[in-house]
Design a protein around this ligand. Structure first.
Ligand SMILES: NC(=O)c1ccc[n+]([C@@H]2O[C@H](COP(=O)([O-])OP(=O)(O)OC[C@H]3O[C@@H](n4cnc5c(N)ncnc54)[C@H](O)[C@@H]3O)[C@@H](O)[C@H]2O)c1
Length: 260
């Protein structure tokens, strides 16, 4: 049986950790070469090494996705190293509570300082937009389509008290995919979002260690936290020809937590 991404080149942002790392490896298992982009250079290189171990080409690229010049350079380097770009998975992001960064602070929207709002929007929404825009330009120039996938969240549909800026950013990511789907369909570029539930990654470390975590997971019909590969498998589906008739959609690997 042929591999599902044989001969394809993928760019994965947030590829140093969690969902991005699992997706880079899953894509490589199915035949793709991968550019692993992240602001964490050493960890991105570790993911690239895991991809090479699977017999594929890989390049690690240090990037801050909120910087337009760095994002354009990231796409140019991907094309220079791998030859072309077929798939973008935009997974780089930060959470409202800065999980994994030693600080868990929930603020209501009427209290949050503008700088904190901007910091999150600059990465989660502006950064996703910049990556998708740069990838789309490259795919249009190549002339034979492509796949753009952005990691949103269940929070794209469900407001979260104390985490409003995160939910707003992720609703924006999903609308970005819907609007790009509308505009890029004529170039045979599929644009879709993924809205995970709670996934076992460094981002959710503090949440997993918090008192109400068990109750929260207990609400999900499958009653377990998601694994990064649960999300990677959804990304693989959307990146492969099997997902070829999906565009402007959002898939929810969430154990039934959202159900919307
Ligand atoms: N873990 C969950 O429960 C969950 C649920 C829903 C959505 N998500 C989303 O999934 C995506 C991946 O998160 P994760 O859980 O794997 O977290 P993670 O912290 O393990 O990975 C996020 C990666 O993004 C990178 N990153 C952050 N800001 C960046 C920037 N400005 N430029 C480049 N790279 C940057 C980080 O260095 C990190 O490697 C995020 O967009 C997150 O919002 C996660």
């Amino acid at each position: 049986m042929s591999l599902r991404l044989e001969g394809k080149n993928a760019l994965v942002t947030g590829g140093a950790s969690g969902i991005g790392r699992a997706s880079a490896i899953r894509f490589a298992e199915e035949g793709a070469n991968v550019a692993v982009a992240d602001r964490q250079a050493a960890q991105a290189e570790a993911t690239a090494a895991a991809v090479r171990k699977l017999g594929r080409k890989a390049v690690a690229i240090q990037v801050d996705v909120s910087d337009p010049a760095q994002v354009n350079a990231m796409v140019a380097r991907t094309v220079a190293e791998l030859g072309r770009l077929d798939i973008l998975l935009a997974a780089a992001g930060v959470s409202h509570a800065r999980y994994g960064e030693g600080e868990v602070v929930h603020k209501l929207l009427h209290e949050i300082p503008f700088e904190e709002w901007r910091r999150l929007m600059a990465i989660n929404l502006d950064g996703c937009f910049l990556c998708c825009q740069a990838a789309a330009k490259q795919m249009i120039a190549q002339g034979d389509g492509g796949k753009i996938i952005a990691i949103a969240s269940g929070a794209a549909k469900v407001p979260i008290k104390g985490s409003g800026e995160y939910a707003v950013s992720k609703a924006g990511v999903w609308m970005l995919m819907k609007n790009m789907a509308l505009e890029l369909g004529r170039f045979n570029i599929n644009c879709n979002a993924i809205g995970p539930g709670v996934i076992d990654t460094p981002m959710t470390k503090d949440l997993r260690e918090s008192a109400n975590f068990g109750r929260m997971i207990g609400h999900a019909p499958l009653r377990r936290i998601g694994k990064p590969v649960d999300v990677a498998n959804a990304a693989l589906f959307l990146a492969s020809e099997e997902g070829g008739y999906f565009t402007g959609s959002i898939l929810h690997p969430d154990g039934g937590l959202i159900m919307q």
